[in-house]
Design a protein around this ligand. Structure first.
Ligand SMILES: Nc1nc2c(c(=O)[nH]1)N[C@H]1C(S)=C(S)[C@@H](COP(=O)(O)OP(=O)(O)OC[C@H]3O[C@@H](n4cnc5c(=O)[nH]c(N)nc54)[C@H](O)[C@@H]3O)O[C@H]1N2
Ligand SMILES: Nc1nc2c(c(=O)[nH]1)N[C@H]1C(S)=C(S)[C@@H](COP(=O)(O)OP(=O)(O)OC[C@H]3O[C@@H](n4cnc5c(=O)[nH]c(N)nc54)[C@H](O)[C@@H]3O)O[C@H]1N2
Ligand code: SF4
Ligand SMILES: [Mo]
Length: 722
């Protein structure tokens, strides 16, 4: 049989690079970069290419598995697995109510529109309370900051990379991560273009990263960005450098914010941040003076003790310097599906409407902090979590307190995992259900269009029929839902939207809602939609199908939209909400415990992706799991380059190889997360390494209080020779 070449796109990380898949006899032969993709133009990173090894991995789970009394998994049919899960769920619901059911969805779910939609549909229809996600280890603080600033959780500004003269980048390493909460293929080129046209990129990071090395670096102590950003604001206000006209037009609470940051002079913050007062003053002046400046922060600013405050101050800095909603500044893209607009009217996604049983944390996008999931399982009482589903997630390697969580998972009455592999998380599951890969499903990247400085999108058909008996998540969710008598999308606004679409089958039963129909409706009625012919250049599924290599939706993000974005009654950006003023007034440097004098942070590597893709030989061959340590810190601990060393926190200890480098600022140690596999995938397990989340705390007092963010960066540790 002859080979077919099929255009599609990569769904591992956020640039969504175009790929060409070569398919022969229903098997994937090769993936290569798509030269015809309008933005990635022939770029793909090693992970995207190596996805062939995941797709064809003989260790992929391809059949439903049930764990027997001896602990070993055996293959069962889908009917058996689903019927047994259904029966056990009905018994648990009968005894303890639906509030005992829960779901954890991981990062890859956000790259599948149908998976995301069906989780939400199931959650609403079944009234699930215990919902957790990777978001509390990633980005939920960003959404809460938007809620406080703009009254809209889902409105997130992005740096206008193509038109800015000055990019202040805090806690992000896009040269390795390829950009996050900003979708821009070839982002490295976009950054170097800024300096080529005479602009500047300043990287604030405790490590002189791959990105920092290309540009200007400000070495900050881990988890002290709140002080640095407050000091930048203090200087700007103190020296009268704020854009008063922009603030009059856009903002409320300026005077309160000015008062709240007044005590954070560069002299006061220098001993906390390690950044000297002159550097802070110069940076503040340069930022304020730049004609067009953008401020951008990513995971380095999201996983500390003050994550929501930091995300808030990043936007506040853009607003105060007159760079919010302005060309070259921080700009608000248009969504593919009108989530924010719908939400403003219907209030489906709220902040803090309900609070968690453990720790009293506010719900964020209908999820609670994953850091408390173990305690929700092990703490008896009404509402105890007893039956858990995980989909596209590996919480034991991604969430604080890995050993506590692994033990708690064993206590569940029912644990079902939907995944591609057997992992440290699902090794104790009662059932592991095989999911399709992204090449085995149709897709459109719904949440990312609004985050793209050059808005683009792409629809892809499935490139391959599912291998083995793999099924799409939405199909699995639908089958489970049906067995407990609920049907996603049968009530609420989606149902009303669907009213016109839902055809009745003979016998009067409502036909099963399918994602593609829902998608087409959402696209056509969305901000870019064709409104069923009313808007000539608008999009529909049909139109996207005519652009199999992807479609650029606009040259750039439109500015001057703030009054539409902001949902507060006065349509003004709130610069001094009480939550933030309280954070600022209580901000105090954490006491230094002499037993744990150093701080650990995370880092990402080009050939690794979170806790997976580690079974691909081309990525993990010759990999070393190492802690990056400043030579002075290593000397104090009596550790030499290449030694094995022990990293301990008050919560646990791991052993890794020490690599000494002056790229680290003194006092901070960097170790990648997602390693130390002990289950299933043999290549990943052989790659070794250690699970850094064994060091992290699940104490509710250590969870960030406004967004429930796990504390993963800047955690106190000590180093010893192993
Ligand atoms: N210490 C520390 N911890 C961190 C971080 C950190 O910086 N430091 N970063 C955090 C961040 S940003 C993130 S996003 C999280 C990630 O946390 P998680 O989302 O929980 O974990 P992942 O490592 O992304 O694992 C994804 C799982 O989904 C499976 N999978 C892949 N594709 C699919 C698919 O299409 N369908 C299904 N059903 N399964 C699939 C993989 O086999 C794997 O088991 O980790 C967080 N944890
Ligand atoms: N190759 C690769 N690419 C990826 C991933 C991957 O695992 N591998 N994961 C994907 C995912 S899920 C995400 S969320 C994105 C993340 O995208 P990024 O956030 O751009 O990626 P990181 O490399 O984690 O960059 C965070 C930076 O913050 C710094 N940092 C740590 N603590 C602090 C602090 O307290 N203050 C400051 N200012 N900086 C700090 C770290 O040194 C690091 O350089 O990457 C995505 N892309
Ligand atoms: S940067 Fe790599 S992993 Fe990310 S979308 Fe592009 S090819 Fe895929
Ligand atoms: Mo992430």
């Amino acid at each position: 049989m002859t080979a077919r070449e099929v255009p599609t796109y990569c769904r591992i990380c956020e640039p969504l690079c175009g790929l060409i898949a070569t398919v022969e006899d229903g098997r994937l032969v090769q993936l290569r970069p798509d030269k015809q993709h309008p933005l990635s133009r022939g770029f793909a990173c090693p992970k995207g290419i190596a996805f062939t090894e995941v797709q064809n991995d003989p260790e992929r789970v391809l059949y439903p598995l049930r764990r027997g009394a001896d602990g070993a998994f055996e293959r069962v049919s889908w009917e058996t697995a689903l019927d047994e899960i259904g029966a056990r769920l009905r018994a648990i619901i009968g005894a303890h109510g639906r509030e005992s059911l829960g779901w954890y969805f991981g990062n890859p779910s956000s790259f599948s529109y149908s998976h995301t939609l069906w989780i939400v549909g199931f959650q609403l229809a079944a009234g699930l309370r215990h919902v957790y996600s990777a978001g509390s280890q990633d980005v939920n603080n960003r959404f809460v900051a938007s809620h406080l600033l703009y009254g809209s959780l889902t409105s997130v500004p992005v740096p206008d990379l193509d038109h800015t003269d000055f990019l202040l980048m805090v806690g992000a390493n896009p040269v390795v991560s390829h950009g996050s909460v900003v979708s821009a293929p070839r982002i490295r080129d976009k950054l170097t273009d800024i300096t080529k046209r005479g602009g500047r990129v300043v990287v604030v990071d405790p490590r002189r990263t791959e990105t920092a090395r290309l540009f200007e670096h400000v070495g900050v102590r881990a988890d002290t960005d709140a002080w640095l950003l407050a000091a930048l604001l203090q200087v700007i206000f103190d020296e009268g450098l704020e854009d008063a006209a922009a603030l009059r037009e856009q903002a409320a609470g300026v005077a309160e914010l000015r008062r709240a940051v007044a005590r954070f002079t560069p002299e006061v913050t220098a001993p906390v941040t390690g950044v000297d007062p002159d550097t802070v003053r110069t940076l503040a002046r340069d930022l304020a003076a730049a004609p067009r400046a953008a401020v951008y922060g990513r995971t380095g600013t999201c996983l500390g003790r003050h994550a929501t405050l930091v995300a808030f101050l990043i936007d506040a800095l853009a607003a105060v310097t007159g760079n919010l909603d302005r060309p070259g500044g921080c700009v608000f893209g248009k969504e593919l599906v009108a989530v924010s607009e719908l939400n403003a009217r219907l209030g489906l996604i709220k902040y803090g409407k309900t609070r968690s049983r453990i720790g009293d944390f506010p719900e964020v996008l209908r999820t609670f902090p994953a850091a408390i999931m173990a305690k929700e399982i092990t703490t008896p009482g009404p509402g105890q979590l007893r039956a858990l589903f995980t989909s596209a997630g590996n919480p034991v390697q991604s969430v604080p307190g890995s050993d506590e969580l692994a033990a708690a998972l064993r206590e569940l009455d029912l644990f079902v995992s939907i995944d591609l592999y057997l992992t440290d998380s699902n090794r104790t599951a009662d059932y592991v259900l095989p999911a399709t890969t992204f090449l085995e499903r149709d897709d459109v990247p719904l949440p990312f269009a609004a985050l793209a400085p050059v808005p683009y999108t792409q629809y892809t058909e499935p490139v391959l029929e599912p291998y083995g008996e793999a099924r799409q998540e939405w199909e699995i969710i639908d089958e489970i839902a049906r067995r407990i008598g609920v049907q996603p999308f049968t009530f609420g606004p989606p149902a009303r939207m669907l009213g016109e679409l839902r055809r009745r089958v003979p016998g009067g039963r409502a036909a099963r809602v399918r994602p593609r129909a829902l998608l087409d409706l959402a696209l056509r009625t969305g901000p870019y939609g064709d409104r069923f012919g009313l808007r000539r250049n608008g999009i529909s599924l049909r139109k996207l199908r005519r652009h199999p290599h992807g479609l650029v939706l606009a040259d750039r993000i439109t500015t001057g939209v703030l009054r539409k974005v902001v949902q507060h009654k006065d349509r003004r950006v709130r610069l001094a909400p009480p939550e933030i003023i309280t954070e600022l007034s209580e901000l105090a440097a954490p006491p230094i415990d002499p037993a744990y004098p150093l701080r650990i942070i995370g880092m990402r590597e080009l050939k690794s992706h979170n806790s997976w893709m580690h079974n691909a030989d081309s990525l993990v061959a010759r990999r070393e799991h190492a802690a990056r340590i400043h030579p002075k810190d290593a000397a104090v601990a009596g550790i030499a380059d290449g030694d094995r060393c022990r990293v301990s926190s008050p919560h646990g200890a791991i052993e890794v190889t020490a690599r000494l480098t002056e790229d680290m600022t003194e006092g901070t140690v960097a170790v990648p997360h997602g390693w130390g596999h002990t289950a299933g995938w043999r290549r990943a397990t052989a790659a070794g390494g250690a699970n850094v989340n064994l060091l992290m705390s699940t104490d509710p007092a250590d969870v960030e209080r406004l967004a429930g963010m796990s504390h993963l960066n800047g955690v106190p540790i000590r180093l010893d020779p192993a």
